[in-house]
Design a protein around this ligand. Sequence first.
Ligand SMILES: Nc1ncnc2c1ncn2[C@@H]1O[C@H](COP(=O)(O)OP(=O)(O)OP(=O)(O)O)[C@@H](O)[C@H]1O
Ligand SMILES: [Mg+2]
Length: 363
Amino acid sequence: MAGLKMLLDPTRVGREAEKLEVDLHKRIIGQESAVRQITGIYQTFVAGMSSPGRPIGSLLFLGPTGSGKTRTVEAVAESLVGDPRAVIKIDCAEFQHSHEIAKLIGSPPGYLGHRETHPLLSQDVLDQHHTATVKVSFVLFDEIEKASDSLWNLLLGILDKATLTLGDNRRVDFSRALIFMTSNLGAAEMGSILRPGLGFTSHDAEHQPVDEKTADRVSRAGVDAARRKFTPEFLNRIDRTVVFNSLGTPELRQIVDLELQSVRDRISRATGTKAFEFTIDDGAKDFLLKEGTDPRYGARHLKRAVERSLVQPMSNLIATGQVQSGDQLMVEFDSGCSRLVFLKEFKDSVPQTGTPSEKSVAA
Ligand SMILES: Nc1ncnc2c1ncn2[C@@H]1O[C@H](COP(=O)(O)OP(=O)(O)OP(=O)(O)O)[C@@H](O)[C@H]1O
Ligand SMILES: [Mg+2]
């Protein structure tokens, strides 16, 4: 007699991968495909189904500058081991010559400086951020198109066999590492699809939302550029290639909100029990958006704009006692002088000095 059959759901993910997905969605805006690919790889690892003798996964991130490629890697580390700085970053452009490669793998015994060099890619460095529950390392090779031949060979060995041999012949095991690689290859072609006929885009230009067909063309331009530059030998070793989307105004607006949340976290860390709150109006958010984002550079300069226009003046207000514990600070945009202004509400009485309507203007 045939037994009962139950339909299973292979699309459901486990608790660990689900947490990673939720965390990434909170931190990374508008890059669904990247989030999906990463959680897929992690799910395979957690289930013990990763290919033996290979890194947990290798991902190539392509796409425009300031679209979140590096931030995504940091966010994965933040979610899994609680620290975005757990990422070992290798800026490929900096490792052109053999003495620079020695910084990564150390020099052979007998060579000058052998004892002083602490290889950047030793097992200790790789394992140092492991936690009791998550033993995963994160290695990021930035701008791989600039890697020298010797760095390529090193990278191919890591991708293929999950091992690296150091200068003194010790072996480093990469089978618990997630390998990320980024490249701006194809960025110019992608830019010309997104902004046809324009070398420059006005600073004020709205960041146009990209329709599906354009997004497809952009993605293909990225992959084609990678195929032209990289050997099949290399591309075949990569588990997933993800082309990051160019961010439109709605996404950039959400990134402004993320930055504001991190300012709130900083206030409570800096002022402890004396924390104050702030509200920020839409005009002020638009101002930060305009100052910190650009169709060509994505959200690359947003942090700097937030530091300059918000964190710096707020620090002055804290240091001079103008805002104190329990205060409600309001940040608004003053269109007259094109600046952010800071106001504080007096609930009970008018203060001795200054007037409640006095505005503190950000320099
Ligand atoms: N999709 C995104 N979600 C959340 N924040 C983002 C996103 N894209 C960019 N940012 C913000 O912008 C900053 C710069 O982005 P990031 O360094 O990740 O860009 P990138 O794609 O690596 O650019 P590049 O190709 O120039 O290295 C990040 O630190 C983050 O604050
Ligand atoms: Mg980057």
